[in-house]
Design a protein around this ligand. Structure first.
Ligand SMILES: O=C(O)C(=O)C[C@]1(C(=O)O)C=C[C@@H](O)C=C1
Length: 365
């Protein structure tokens, strides 16, 4: 054995011992989580027990990021703990998560990023179907897209909140990378048709105009559907992400072709219960105001005077026609905070209607 082999042998022995310790510690943690489940059930006999605690998960992940000694990046360390917690929660109760499908969409990637891989993810064909699945109790939580940094708000999701009783329980951001994908079987054929979702075409417009000018663009219902077609059709390609590429065994002819390098989509987690404060939260409301001069000023003034930062304000047409404006507003803070309570009480006085959509931890991952 030479020096290198001796040293490698020593290091691998050390790694084996550490792995053994890590496994024992993870098992001890999992037993604690099982015990937590018993405590929760004993405290709420015969009632719906909420095993998933978004505020606690956000606190755990934040603490891990802060305490990380390196050399692994904090994001990476948090992702590892995300998966450990996901497995622990599955021991307490396997979670069913509805998402805007089909399998292989960015929404599924967002659901797995937020909940980890130990959940049962349930693809549904439309945003309103995701809402219904959670409202009926068939799924514990749902994941829907709400805004993209290039294309703006996803109005269908905003409008669902006007009629749905569901609460927003969390948010997750995903960097969106689009690739031009082909089947390895058709790699050498000329591409005459490209499939994608309308949002993805919009996010890659300049690239397509420069590199695939004149090639037919066919809009389909999702990136995953685009990938499915490209896998089967000679002379076709898809614009989709990594999950769809893997699912349909496609090759990347060009990768990360989105026009903006910071292309990000924000997703919301929807559920049936309110989330207690985590210490670093955001809230969302829907407000309808009378159509009179200064209405928007009156709405925003309490936020300003109590020093609450708005992170998003969006106007939507009223569904009934009787309200002149419906504003969707995101702001920093939790509805249990004193300052936020005061702001909402003042807004409530001026508004035709104020709907509290929920307070939830600011995305950690
Ligand atoms: O603290 C709890 O309430 C737990 O159930 C434990 C735990 C964890 O593994 O840390 C698991 C699931 C919850 O979503 C939050 C945290």
């Amino acid at each position: 054995m030479n020096d290198e082999q001796v040293r490698l042998g020593e290091l691998r022995e050390e790694i084996d011992k550490l792995d053994q310790k890590i496994m024992e510690l993870i098992s001890a943690r999992a037993k604690c989580a099982q015990e937590v489940a018993h405590v929760k059930m004993a405290a709420n006999p015969g009632e719906d027990v909420f095993f998933y605690r978004p505020e606690r998960e956000a606190q755990v992940l934040r603490r891990i990021k802060e305490a990380n000694p390196g050399p692994l990046p904090s994001e990476e360390m948090a992702r590892l703990f995300r998966e450990i917690m996901s497995a622990c929660l599955a021991l307490e109760k396997p979670m069913h998560i509805a998402f805007l499908g089909p399998i292989g969409t960015f929404t599924q990637a967002a659901a797995l990023k937020h909940f980890g891989h130990s959940v049962v993810s349930v693809p549904l064909p439309a945003i309103d179907a995701v809402f219904r699945e959670v409202e009926s109790g068939a799924a514990h939580y749902g994941v829907v897209p709400v805004e993209n940094s290039t294309e703006g708000m996803i109005n269908h999701t905003l409008d669902m909140f006007m009629s749905s009783p569901l609460k927003i329980c969390g948010e997750v951001q995903l960097r969106i990378h689009h690739h031009l994908l082909v089947s390895p079987d058709f790699r050498d054929l000329e591409i005459t048709r490209i499939y994608s979702h309308q949002q993805s075409f919009a996010q890659c417009r300049q690239w397509l105009d420069t590199h695939r000018y004149g090639v037919e663009r066919v809009t389909v219902s999702s990136n995953a559907e685009a990938a499915r077609r490209a896998a089967q059709e000679r002379g076709s390609a898809a614009i989709a992400g990594d999950m769809a590429a893997e699912l349909y065994d496609l090759e990347k002819l060009a990768h990360s072709i989105e026009d903006r390098p910071d292309n990000t989509t924000r997703f919301l987690i929807i559920g049936r219960e309110e989330v207690p404060p985590s210490g670093h939260d955001k809230s969302s409301i829907l407000v309808s105001m009378r159509n009179k001069p200064g209405a928007l000023y009156q709405l925003l003034e309490p936020f300003h005077s109590h020093g609450i930062s708005l992170t998003r304000i969006e106007t939507r047409p009223s569904p009934s026609g009787t309200w002149a404006y419906v504003f969707y507003i995101d702001f920093e803070g939790h509805m249990d905070d004193d300052r936020v309570r005061k702001v909402l009480a003042e807004v409530d006085e001026e508004a035709v209607e104020l709907k509290r959509l929920g307070s939830y931890p600011i995305g950690v991952l």
